[in-house]
Design a protein around this ligand. Structure first.
Ligand SMILES: Cc1cc2nc3c(=O)[nH]c(=O)nc-3n(C[C@H](O)[C@H](O)[C@H](O)COP(=O)(O)OP(=O)(O)OC[C@H]3O[C@@H](n4cnc5c(N)ncnc54)[C@H](O)[C@@H]3O)c2cc1C
Length: 417
């Protein structure tokens, strides 16, 4: 594609990755970020082999792998220690693994790479509207900020402002945006288990029906110039309308409940001294009929947020950014046609993960206890059958490309950490 003037809204995972890919392809890129001083905040995420593939293409794989914790296995068990799901990356390929990562490390890696490219980053710029720029050949858009000032115009608009995007109404694209009734409390603490401890390389979940759900994810070293102590993230499922009741009940009662559920969580809980150390995250289910119009493309959570049940959000956002750059590179002149190709290229992969996550979430976080009981019967059976076990493992890897049996091809280094 000829060099375009690209405006990107949001410097999160999707926006930052798209900016790097597009700047390297010769486009003039400006990013608008609402936060005045973006920084490496957040909890643990799992970077799946799909995300690692994209980070390889960006040249960020060695940094991310050296900072994160290698994850070889997902073990989800009931309170009676009955494994519901026990999936190992190596059953698909010996070289495969996930990386438990503090989100701030991904931020640092992407923003260090941004700084090396000719990219203009405008911080403290909350874009609330898009306006057609008249009198220009093709379609260009002004970006309107919260103070009603205009920026741009830009020829290609990349909307990557997250699940609560304010810009989805600016196009005729039909959509459905629903908050999930359940969210998650999370805490980041120092990892006290030795690196060779059996659970230090797995995402470990303990469930009690679909009302109580605890997760422990090792995330390696946190952000910062030096590798500090190793970290672990704890997640706890909570209905959004029960936060006040949870606060009123108090920290001690909550910690006691979690210790009883999973004694391995005790060293993490011991590090929580104030209720303010525990943060709450909500999730949204975002469905857009298509992710592009003539000169606008929606990436990441703005386009297709899900619950984090399958741990795919950042990975999908990274894959979006890579495919957008590839589709622009494959088309010489016609921007609208490139964007149509993008929508087609992403359709199957996103359809699978959106449906799978929507289907799975109420089995783990929901109001119908029957679904939790059904899960306890069905999942161990599915895990025993080779075919369904493989489908579950491939789903975890992030590679299932629709419902026809296609898989995404990955290129990953063999000399793994
Ligand atoms: C509890 C929890 C656990 C998760 N675990 C995982 C996991 O294990 N693995 C995984 O892959 N994913 C996980 N996710 C999902 C993942 O965090 C998201 O999918 C991912 O961050 C989406 O990236 P994004 O760039 O689309 O959006 P975001 O990361 O939300 O970035 C959006 C950016 O846009 C900026 N912005 C917003 N509005 C505006 C505006 N109007 N103007 C300018 N800038 C704006 C924001 O400040 C932000 O910088 C989890 C999510 C939660 C809540």
């Amino acid at each position: 594609m000829r060099p375009l003037d690209v405006g990107i809204i949001g410097a999160g995972t999707a926006g930052a990755a798209a900016a790097i890919f597009l700047a390297r392809a010769g486009h003039a890129v400006t990013i608008y970020e609402r936060v005045p001083q973006p920084g490496p905040v957040g909890a643990g995420i799992t970077i799946q082999p799909t995300g690692l593939h994209v980070l390889c293409r960006l040249g960020l794989y060695p940094y991310v792998v050296s900072r994160g914790a290698r994850i070889d296995r997902l073990l989800c068990e009931t309170t009676s220690r009955k494994p519901l799901v026990d999936l190992s990356y190596a059953t698909v390929g010996e070289e495969l693994f996930g990386v438990g990562l503090h989100r701030g490390v991904l931020f640092e890696a992407l923003h260090a790479a941004l700084a090396k490219e000719k990219i203009t980053l405008r911080t403290g710029a909350e874009i609330v509207d898009l306006a057609r720029a008249d009198g220009r050949r093709g379609r260009w858009s002004w970006f309107v900020d919260a103070a009603r000032d205009r920026h741009g115009p830009h020829e290609l608009v990349v909307v990557a402002d997250g699940a609560r995007s304010q810009l989805r109404d600016d196009t005729s694209t039909s959509k459905r945006i629903e908050p999930y009734p359940w969210g998650a409390l999370w805490v980041v603490a120092n990892e006290t288990r030795a690196p060779d401890h059996a659970k230090a390389s797995m995402l470990h979940q303990v469930v009690d029906g679909n009302q109580r759900f605890l997760g422990l994810l090792p995330t390696g070293h946190g952000p910062g110039p030096r590798k500090g102590s190793r970290l672990v993230s704890l997640f706890w499922s909570l209905r959004c309308d029960r936060i006040d009741a949870w606060r009123a009940r108090g920290l001690t009662a909550w910690k006691d409940e979690l210790r009883a559920l999973e004694p391995e969580a005790a060293p993490v809980l011991d590090q929580i001294e104030s209720i303010d150390q525990v943060l709450f995250a909500m999730y949204h289910d975002v469905v857009m009929h298509r992710w592009t119009t003539r000169n606008v493309v929606y990436l990441g959570d703005a386009a297709h947020a899900t619950s984090p049940q399958l741990g795919q959000g950042c990975n999908l956002a990274l894959w979006d950014a890579m495919v957008l750059a590839d589709e622009l590179a494959a088309e010489e002149h016609d921007l609208a046609r490139s964007l149509e190709r993008y929508t087609r290229a992403r359709a199957d992969h996103l359809a699978f993960y959106q449906l799978a996550t929507r289907w799975l979430t109420p089995l783990f976080q929901g109001d119908l206890p029957l679904l939790g009981a059904l899960r306890d019967v069905a999942m161990p059976l599915m895990a025993k059958v080779a075919l369904t076990n493989r489908i579950m493992t491939l789903s975890m890897l992030g590679v299932v490309d629709g419902f026809s049996g296609k898989m995404l091809a990955l290129r990953l280094p063999r000399d793994v950490a």
